[in-house]
Design a protein around this ligand. Structure first.
Ligand code: UD1
Length: 422
């Protein structure tokens, strides 16, 4: 397994181009199942999760052509299988996003249930409840969700909690349903709006995306469209936290600062100087960070996907920060590893109390999930001495060429390939 080898203490300086958002690209790729025409996408990040999704769609008969400039063109004219097998779903929970489109267009789907996942239980009961409300005959058998419907029928659906992929799945199902669907308590994440914008270009009738009440008037068919995937706010935020921890000054290009309000506020509170244009963010850090408390919330609140990275910053901040994780029950797995680098963090249930110290010390640490890995990289960049981050396959699922982008702004970071290490 590849590792990252980091020598800490370098200031970061220069420009970074932000990639397209993984969490927008995944549902958008699945939306190609909704039409027999071609969907032409750009700004699709080169990530392992994207490769997995393309393999999954490929097995179903979707033809995909991938350029090396982030373009992907998809045609679901000849879908031959309506099944998502366990082997692919177990590596990527977001595979559940094929469920809504398959039932909506083909009246049938057989999708493996995702297994448990490191950061929490993450059930898909709301996806199932919503599809049942749309009239699907849906049951769980031998570890698969099996759904059938002649044609889905619009309905009013209120999910028990705010769920991002749940909202996306139900929105994709409802666009081809007969009549009107109202999704109440819908998630408001920018990635949902990005998906809705693609669907509207395909001929869907959707209103209210970006609010907690989405109204969808079903249509009979959808046609082809082109779309550029929105910028990755979590990747951008990760680079900002890195500069906050090391000091320096960077310019993020192709960013979407209007999707990053809560995070930018907190980083300013931590002492970063931030200036934004429509698609760029300039940020400078010239002092020791100040401790900042957060509570993770659904968008537009502070994102759970940035909790671990901000924690790395708090580890070396002046003061004590209280960080509350409200979305996932087990998302503090980076805490133990940060502790190996000298961090002082106490956990009580969903709350972490981080007491800032002068500096972390490099160590060998193990990545446990995607955003935890990013947190360890930030800690390594700021630490004294050498850090090795093991098991970075998690990082490769969600960050495009992270070490190359960091190298280009002055970090001393190198990938040690599995063969090299052996
Ligand atoms: C998405 C993001 C992930 C992010 C998360 C929260 C993608 C591909 N992934 O994950 O990066 O961390 O939103 O912002 O976009 N829940 C249920 N039943 C359900 C669905 C969800 O109990 O049917 C619970 C989950 O266990 C969790 C909470 O609801 O506690 C929110 O989960 P959800 O918004 O669905 O997360 P994902 O869509 O899986």
């Amino acid at each position: 397994m590849d590792k990252l080898s980091i020598t800490g203490g370098r200031r970061l300086e220069g420009e970074v181009t932000v990639s397209g958002a993984k969490n927008a690209a995944l549902p958008i790729l699945c939306a190609s199942l909704l039409s027999s025409d071609t969907i032409a996408l750009s700004n699709v990040p080169a990530l392992n999760d994207i490769g997995t999704t393309l393999r999954l769609l490929g097995q179903m008969g979707v033809r995909a052509e991938r350029g090396n400039d982030g373009t992907v063109s998809l045609s679901a004219a000849q879908v031959s299988s309506l099944e998502a097998p366990y082997e692919l779903v177990k590596t990527m929970r977001a595979s559940i996003l094929v469920l809504g489109p398959l039932v909506a267009r083909f009246g049938e789907a057989r999708v493996s249930l995702p297994g448990g996942c490191a950061i929490g239980q993450r059930p898909v009961d709301q996806h199932i409840k919503g599809l049942a409300a749309l009239g699907a005959d849906i049951r769980i058998e031998h570890g698969f969700v099996i759904a059938k419907a002649k044609r889905l029928k619009g309905a009013s659906i209120r999910t028990d909690m705010v769920t991002v992929t749940g909202t996306e799945n139900l929105m994709m199902a409802a666009v081809l349903a007969e009549g009107q669907t109202v999704l109440e308590n819908a998630a408001r994440e920018p990635e949902i709006s990005d998906l809705a914008e693609l669907l509207i270009k395909m001929g869907a009738r959707i209103q209210g995306h970006g609010t907690d009440r989405i109204v969808i008037d079903g249509v009979d068919t959808l046609h082809g469209a082109s779309h550029r995937v929105v910028a990755d706010r979590i990747e951008a935020g990760t680079f900002l936290c890195a500069v906050g921890a090391t000091g320096g000054e960077i310019m993020l290009r192709h960013a979407a600062p209007d999707t990053m309000g809560a995070l930018l506020d907190k980083l300013q509170e931590a002492g970063l100087q931030i200036e934004c244009g429509t698609d760029w963010i300039r940020c400078a850090m010239r002092q020791r960070p100040k401790a900042v408390g957060i509570r993770t919330r659904e968008y537009p609140g502070f994102p759970t996907d940035m909790q671990a990275q901000l924690m790395a910053l708090n580890c070396i901040a002046d003061g004590t920060a209280v960080m509350v994780e409200n979305i996932f029950e087990n998302r503090f797995m980076h805490v133990q590893e940060l502790g190996r680098m000298g961090a002082r963090i106490d956990i009580d249930g969903h709350t972490a109390v981080v007491t800032g110290i002068d500096s972390l010390s490099g160590a060998t640490v193990m990545a446990t999930d995607l955003r935890a890995s990013a947190s360890l990289v930030i800690a390594g960049l700021a630490a004294k001495g050498d850090t090795t981050v093991e098991r970075i396959y998690h990082l490769d699922r969600g960050y495009e060429r992270m070490e190359q982008k960091l190298c280009a702004i002055g970090a001393d970071i190198r990938r040690v390939r599995a063969q090299e290490a052996a």
